[in-house]
Design a protein around this ligand. Structure first.
Ligand code: ZN
Length: 338
């Protein structure tokens, strides 16, 4: 909200009748900025989300808004859909459903600053490493698919690659080791040399106003890039690209003008302003964060980390800001996280 608009509202409060103050009070969500849960041990974040959902309850199965209240269970208000009879609560069908450590959720939001790894987060909140992992992933899932506006002006697009990773996968088939230790060592050393770890392409597009688009790709192709960028760059923008076969007709298919940089020939900037250094700097930042700070992440979670980084890149992290971002999914009658 514009600070002027906010100032106008504040100025009008003393002029309101007691009834109007009552109405205003009812529209405010429960305070959720405290790191501590309330006296009953309930998460203030969940209380806020439940408050928003209660304003516009929607059936989790058929999206109908014809919904009745249906008693409470485990501290949550339940609802029943008049159209399909499904019963549900405000968290059903979201990453926060069946959450068992509700009282630690508010405190864990503090650890979503992008500068806290799982172990320090677990120590800070007094939880196990497993719980720390689950809370982080549930909170990451809430912002994973959020976008923060179209790219505009000078946009840049390029791909980077991450090694395929199965980090944390306990079901991996490990080949049985045979032979003496010495034999094993030489055999595995030779085998390791032969194994080439597949590379996973990640597309990043950004503009000069900190808007970011990203996606894990199956392969770098015009078709896939087009499907990821279609409708997400404002008409009239200029797309800067590296010279690559997949980029050749990309801008044309997106109905945008383009500037192609031949970096292999040392071409870094065109006409003084067109380059792909912003997106390449983002690649470096992403790699330092994922490969360096987190020591790699499993490929199946790569998109989730991209979403978290996208949020951190476009917002100055604050607990209240993160809670506001999450709340968006519960404030609209068309909210949907799946
Ligand atoms: Zn329904």
């Amino acid at each position: 909200m514009q600070s002027q608009q906010f100032a106008d509202i504040l100025r009008s409060v003393p002029l309101m009748s007691p009834e109007q103050v009552g109405v205003l009070h009812k529209t405010l969500p429960p305070a959720a900025h405290s790191a501590k849960p309330d006296a009953q041990g309930e998460s203030r974040l969940l209380e806020r989300l439940k408050f928003y959902f209660d304003q516009h309850p929607v059936c989790v199965r058929c999206r109908s808004t014809h919904v009745n209240r249906w008693g409470t269970k485990d501290g949550h208000q339940r609802y029943c859909c008049k159209d399909c009879s499904k019963t549900f609560n405000a968290m059903s069908g979201t990453p926060l459903s069946h959450l068992r450590v509700r009282e630690k959720l508010d405190q864990y939001v503090e650890c979503m600053d992008g500068e806290t790894t799982l172990r320090p987060a677990a120590r800070r909140c007094g939880i196990s490493l497993d719980t720390s992992f689950h809370l982080r992933h549930r909170l990451m899932a809430l912002v994973e698919n959020d976008s923060y506006g179209q790219l505009s002006g000078i946009a840049e697009e390029d791909e980077t690659f991450f090694h395929e990773s199965h980090k944390g996968d306990r079901n991996l088939l490990i080949p049985r080791k045979r032979g003496s230790r010495g034999q094993r060592k030489s055999r595995y050393a030779k085998a390791e040399k032969k194994i080439s770890v597949p590379l996973i392409p990640v597309m990043v597009a950004c503009d000069r106003s900190r808007h970011v688009l990203d996606a894990v790709l199956k392969k770098v192709s015009t078709k896939e890039l087009q499907s990821q960028l279609e409708g997400k760059i404002l008409p009239g923008s200029t797309l800067c690209l590296d010279a690559h076969l997949a980029h050749e007709h990309l801008a044309e298919k997106l109905s945008l003008s383009s500037k192609t940089l031949v970096s292999t020939s040392g071409e870094r900037v065109k006409e003084g302003i067109y380059h792909i250094q912003t997106v390449n700097a983002y690649h470096s930042e992403l790699k330092r964060w994922i490969n360096g700070f987190f020591k790699g992440v499993a490929t199946k979670y790569l998109q989730r980390y991209l979403g978290w980084k996208r949020y951190l890149k476009t917002h100055m992290f604050s607990i209240e800001g993160f809670l506001d971002q999450i709340s968006i999914h519960w404030t609209s009658s068309t909210h949907n996280l799946n």
